[in-house]
Design a protein around this ligand. Structure first.
Ligand SMILES: [Zn+2]
Length: 269
């Protein structure tokens, strides 16, 4: 049996493992950064929605106030005209116009009350939220209970956190970039060799990797596949000891003797 083919794949796994070790130095930072950015987007959307609501209320309020002012000045001018009215008909017509403007004012005032009521409700909910926070009852706080200032502070804190994580990750990436690019080059070269010499094994290896098994090729450990811990049949031990391989019946991983990994590691680095 020609065992050099499997050695080539072991070498490939050895190189892939090294890249993975370097990636593990990133300590889950990319995932943490993603999660923080999601939180930032969520909090920003909340703040934006609140600002939009507040701006709309403010705009409505100023429109309504203006309406009231206009109505008042119209009423004043109608009343002035009434003093100059030449007959009852003219006087009554002006009275009707005054009455109309007064109704407009009353309606605008109801709407202003409405805005005020909404604002009070908002404040009430936020006061409730502040109280719950003080009592550490965070799980009882609904989105709208979160006070504006605390929400803004949260956003600031999240942004600081994500910046720190990004810097940390960046420094790790910079520190390891030389090693990573050298490994990637070696992997590409190794893959070319394996492709040429052991195409079927490579497709088996890639198939496992694509199925999210990072350690497609593993050591025999205590007579078992070290990928899934399933016992390897005794009659297959000999071939493994001789430098051959065994396809684990349980997980499908390629199982080899650990000596092969040592050999692959000693090849250069
Ligand atoms: Zn297995």
């Amino acid at each position: 049996m020609d065992h050099t083919k499997i050695n080539l794949v072991v070498r490939l796994q050895h190189l892939d493992n090294q890249i993975e070790t370097i990636e593990s130095l990133q300590k889950g930072l990319p995932e943490e950064i993603d999660a923080l950015e999601e939180d930032i987007a969520f909090t920003s959307r909340q703040i934006e929605a609140r600002e939009k609501t507040a701006a709309e209320r403010e705009k409505n309020r100023s429109n309504l106030t203006e309406t009231i002012e206009n109505c008042k000045s119209k009423i004043k001018s109608f009343k002035d005209k009434q003093t100059l009215a030449r007959n009852n008909k003219e006087y009554d017509a002006l009275s009707k116009q005054i009455e109309y403007e007064e109704k407009e004012i009353a309606q605008a005032e109801i709407q202003l009350q409405d805005i005020k009521h909404h604002e009070e409700k908002t404040k009430e909910l936020q006061d409730q939220g502040r109280q719950l926070i003080a009592e550490n009852r965070y799980d009882e706080i609904s989105e709208e209970m979160m006070p504006d200032d605390i929400l803004s502070q949260q956003l600031k804190d999240l942004k600081i956190q994500v910046e720190q994580k990004k810097e940390e990750l960046e420094s790790i990436v910079v520190e390891t970039s030389g090693e990573v690019s050298s490994l990637k080059k070696q992997i590409a070269e190794q893959r070319k060799i394996v492709e040429k010499e052991a195409k079927r094994l490579l497709s088996k290896y890639d198939h496992l990797k694509n199925g999210n098994i990072r350690n497609a090729l593993v050591k025999l450990h205590r007579h078992a596949c070290s990928g899934c811990n399933t016992r390897v049949p005794t009659n297959r031990h000999t071939i493994i000891v001789q430098g051959g391989f065994y396809l684990c019946e349980s997980c499908g991983r390629i199982v080899v003797h650990e000596r092969l990994f040592e050999e692959a590691a000693s090849e250069n680095n």
